[in-house]
Design a protein around this ligand. Structure first.
Ligand SMILES: Nc1ncnc2c1ncn2[C@@H]1O[C@H](COP(=O)(O)OP(=O)(O)OP(=O)(O)O)[C@@H](O)[C@H]1O
Ligand SMILES: [Mg+2]
Length: 355
């Protein structure tokens, strides 16, 4: 099977004066699973509809392999793109049974009966829909309908699979199982997949590449590790890593002033006289009631509140200038509300953000 790479070049979609997708460039290599991850309204569905060909770009281009499929002057219709798309609202045919919905695409492609039966049985068992095969969509729960939509998209073995929040209506257990299922199917067939979600852990478990979107733009694209460990912007740091973001005046090329103390940071050379935002994750901050052996990157603070979460403890602490930070520690360590503490912010976890 030939697999396509998908490339977005300076892709823009405007509705009126608003750029819903704003100058997006992204190259998706053959056979990779890419997640578009971002908050509600950031332009994920619109990007997916542009790739599928349901929406025409205002500016920019989309290529599949060498083929130009979208530009403002020329759009290849969706049915000629060899893509399957699962819509956020599934769009099942209400007058067709589960089986009829699933095999519809194969019928259009005039696949012979034996092959159709074989593929149908396989996909019904994978998605555990066999007992529901003769029901109509109106007789199914939301989660079951979602599985029908998934089965219907996968059975045609598309070159490119476009998934718009495909698991959002499943219960927690099934959702986790289906994440691995989507990934397993992707690895089996090696189509190029674009997977839209606003759920960070869903993106982390399924994706080769995560593209974090904010207000129509891709803020950062990279492997899950890269995005998590080396966020480039304040938005990515906050959205992905459950990070604290603190700001301070640059003291020299590697230290900022934070809560009246110098804080050494990594990730960029700081410019003289400027101000820098720095991210540090909640579980990378050490908290203790006695002064730690280090003197560098230690600031005094007060515990504002603490919550016991079974496996961990969640602290809110306040530093000298009134700024509050969240700190997550192991569950054993219990420090009462109101206690004076020392925070150690290891320099290797204090990352200067460029935006
Ligand atoms: N046809 C349209 N006309 C005008 N505005 C639109 C149209 N379609 C989408 N929008 C606007 O574009 C923005 C992005 O919409 P989009 O559906 O791409 O967001 P999304 O990231 O998929 O959000 P969600 O997570 O809620 O599904 C929204 O502000 C939306 O209101
Ligand atoms: Mg959407």
């Amino acid at each position: 099977m030939r697999v396509a790479s998908v490339e977005l070049q300076n892709l823009t979609k405007r509705y009126g004066s608003i750029a819903v997708v704003d100058d997006v460039s992204l190259r998706i290599e053959h056979g990779l699973l890419v997640c578009l991850l971002g908050p509600s309204g950031c332009g994920k569905t619109t990007t997916l509809r542009l790739i599928a060909g349901f929406v025409e770009p205002t500016a920019g281009e989309i290529r599949v392999g060498e083929r130009l499929v979208s530009s403002p002057s020329h759009t290849v219709p969706p049915e000629q793109r060899n893509m399957s798309m699962i819509f956020q609202s599934y769009a099942l045919w209400p007058h067709m049974t589960v089986t009829e919905n699933i095999v519809y695409g194969l019928k259009l492609r005039k696949v012979d009966r034996d092959t159709m039966k074989k593929k149908l049985d396989a996909i019904l068992s994978t998605t555990r829909l066999a007992p529901l095969a003769d029901r109509y969509p109106g007789e199914l729960s939301g989660g079951q309908q979602q599985r029908v939509a998934l089965a219907r998209a996968l059975i045609v073995e598309p070159e490119t699979l476009l998934l718009d929040e495909p698991l959002s209506n499943l219960d927690a257990n099934l959702r986790e199982e289906m994440r691995f299922e989507v990934r397993r199917l992707h690895d089996t067939y090696r189509y190029t997949t674009v997977y839209v979600t606003h759920d960070q852990s869903e993106a982390m478990t399924t994706a080769d590449v995560i593209a974090v979107m904010n207000a129509g733009k891709i803020e950062q694209a990279g492997s899950p590790e890269e995005i998590y460990n080396r966020p480039r912007s304040e938005f990515v740091a906050r959205f992905i890593g459950s990070s604290n973001v603190v700001k301070g005046k640059n003291l020299d090329d590697s230290r900022i002033s934070f809560a009246g103390k110098p804080l050494r940071v990594i990730g960029a050379k700081l410019s003289a006289g400027g101000e820098t935002a720095v991210s540090i994750r909640q579980h990378d901050i050490r908290i203790s009631t006695v002064a730690p052996p280090q003197t560098e990157n230690v600031v005094p603070a007060t515990v504002v509140r603490q919550v016991f979460l079974g496996g961990s403890r969640d602290y809110m602490v306040e530093v000298a200038d009134g700024e509050q930070l969240r700190v997550v520690t192991s569950a054993e360590e219990s420090i009462a509300q109101g206690s004076a503490v020392y925070l150690h912010l290891p320099p290797e976890h204090c990352r200067a953000l460029s935006r």
